[in-house]
Write a protein that binds this ligand. Structure first.
Ligand code: NAP
Length: 204
């Protein structure tokens, strides 16, 4: 009997911090695309955030680890944390493709992030090595992604799959803002992440 091709999601993000929106999005992608596993990949040095203060990569890695540990289908990779220089998605996808070229790799991230993909490092290589899942809250205008067709062409656009996730009403910036104002972040992030942020004063 021929074994079906394995499909694995690579969940890319800064995760500053990780929240329930990310977790629900990863689980929804797993269901919708029949993924065997989703590997979370916290960005080491987010390429487009050189001038913005982002919490220490080790804090973001550990918070992500705490958030995913209870899901047997979720895993985490240090590949971008341990690689020197900007965390280019093209390098990460080439790395996973080299590890196992027989796997169908899916790169999952926010739809707004994907809107900028034309400006990312080596987009051709990204589309060669993975399909993309663009997670957005419901009501997001998919025309914005369709509009990329003029710059990218038809074939790459066909490899971008939109996925509506109501829980993405939660955002990392909203959580950081609430912490700044001394407001509760209970039920927006897993309890272990809430405790970690408080214990290590991750956001001041
Ligand atoms: P961002 O620009 O900070 O985020 C844009 C939007 O997408 C935000 O609403 C964000 O919400 C959401 N988002 C981010 N990651 C998500 C995820 N995994 N699932 C659902 N929503 C998500 O995005 P970013 O986190 O810095 O970058 C996203 C990914 O794209 C990372 O893996 C990054 O390395 C990659 N990227 C690569 C390049 C490159 O190779 N040159 C350039 C830019 C981005 P939250 O703030 O709540 O997460």
């Amino acid at each position: 009997m021929v074994k079906a091709r394995r499909a694995i999601g690579l969940m890319g993000g800064t995760f500053n911090p990780i929240h329930y929106g990310h977790l629900v999005a990863a689980e929804a992608a797993r269901d919708a695309f029949n993924l065997d596993q989703v590997i979370f990949i916290p960005a080491g040095q987010p390429p487009h955030k050189a001038d913005i203060h982002v919490a220490d990569p080790e804090h973001r890695y550990l918070m992500t680890f705490l958030a995913i540990v209870s899901n047997q289908h979720f895993a985490i990779s240090r590949v971008e944390i341990d690689r020197e220089g900007p965390s280019y998605t093209s390098d990460t996808l080439a790395h996973f493709h080299r590890l196992d070229p027989t796997v169908a790799w899916y790169f999952i991230t926010g739809a707004d992030a994907i809107l900028d993909i034309v400006a990312w490092h080596n987009p051709d290589s990204i589309f060669r090595h993975a399909e993309l899942i663009a997670a957005s809250r419901p009501g997001y205008s998919l025309e914005r992604i369709q509009a990329l067709e003029q710059q990218l062409g038809k074939e790459p656009i066909a490899r971008i799959h939109p996925l509506e996730v109501p829980a993405l009403a939660i955002s990392s910036s909203q959580i950081r803002e609430r912490l700044k104002q001394g407001l509760s972040i209970k039920y927006l992030v897993p309890e272990a992440v809430e405790h970690y942020i408080a214990k290590y004063h991750v956001y001041g």
